[in-house]
Design a protein around this ligand. Structure first.
Ligand code: GDP
Length: 186
């Protein structure tokens, strides 16, 4: 598999992070929101993933975040090991209007911890918060928060549709990765 030829000369760090969670929870929409104008979507069709880059300044360092999305391949286990390999962070996404997607986060977390980096930074994301005030909510915000606390994860509810907390969720993950990485190299 040819590595992506991207000019990363000018950045201080290049991080890989992954989006995980059941199909339909909003991963692709979250990613395109975050990548915005700097959007550079690419794909590795051989393993069925897409990724986007965005440059972020943390302190005086320039970080290039490479974010991978499963491109609808969640059900195909063949992507597993190469998808997770080298990932320093993950947004673990469920849909607050579909309880089964929340119940599945344990499985995603288990897989991430099995195949990913040992200090992988995880932000748990309850997406579709724009539907939260309607009757369609099936997972309370407190449940997400409590689960995240017991697992030592960060937690946020987002709306990709209304662009609420999307930037915050990604930036939180990236800043924390930067922190973990620099602490380790001290
Ligand atoms: P993926 O399979 O996890 O990548 O999910 P997609 O990004 O393809 O989104 C699945 C569906 O949910 C699409 O119909 C989106 O328009 C919808 N969707 C995604 N994010 C939101 C959101 O924040 N609010 C609402 N109401 N719908 C969303």
């Amino acid at each position: 598999m040819a590595d992506h030829a991207f000019d990363d000369q000018e950045c201080d760090y290049l991080f890989k992070a992954v989006l995980i969670g059941d199909s339909g929870v909003g991963k692709s929409n979250l990613l395109s929101r975050f990548a915005k104008d700097e959007f550079r979507l690419d794909s590795k069709p051989t393993i069925g993933v897409e990724f986007a880059y965005r440059n972020i300044k943390v302190g005086d360092k320039l970080i290039k975040a490479q974010i991978w999305d499963t491109a609808g391949q969640e059900r195909f286990r063949a992507i597993t090991s190469s998808y997770y390999r080298g990932a320093l962070g993950a947004l673990l996404v469920y849909d607050i209007t579909r309880r089964s997607t929340y119940e599945n986060i344990r499985n995603w977390l288990r897989e991430l911890r099995e195949f990913g980096n040992e200090d992988v930074v995880v932000v748990l994301v309850g997406n579709k918060s724009d539907l939260g005030s309607l009757n369609s909510r099936q997972v309370n915000e407190e449940e997400g928060k409590a689960f995240a606390e017991t697992e030592g994860l960060c937690f946020m509810e987002t709306s990709a549709l209304q662009n609420l907390n999307v930037e915050e969720a990604f930036l939180h993950m990236i800043t924390k990765i930067h922190h973990v990485t620099t602490q380790k190299s001290l």
